[in-house]
Design a protein around this ligand. Structure first.
Ligand code: SF4
Length: 82
């Protein structure tokens, strides 16, 4: 699984980090800071989806990541984290 930030969409609400700090780190100015091409373990998927869903700007995308040779696809539906 990977997460991407849509260019220019993050405005620093910090809600992604408040929901899923293990996935969405922030820079010193409060903007989301995700290292490019970081692959996250599958067990963080539910948390990543919840964090992405918390963003009022819809700046975050959670992607499937099967292998470097296989294409990624968007995981659309946030999952219930309760
Ligand atoms: S990605 Fe969304 S919730 Fe996270 S800091 Fe940026 S604007 Fe705020």
């Amino acid at each position: 699984m990977k997460v991407d930030v849509k260019p220019g969409r993050c405005v620093g609400h910090t809600l992604c980090n408040a929901t899923a700090p293990e996935v969405f780190e922030l820079d010193d100015d409060g903007y989301v800071a995700i290292a490019k091409d970081t692959v996250l373990p599958g067990e963080l998927e539910t948390l990543a989806l919840a964090g992405a869903a918390a963003c009022p700007e819809r700046a975050l995308v959670v992607l499937e990541w099967l292998s470097p040779e296989q294409p990624t696809g968007r995981i659309d539906e946030p999952k219930d984290v309760t």
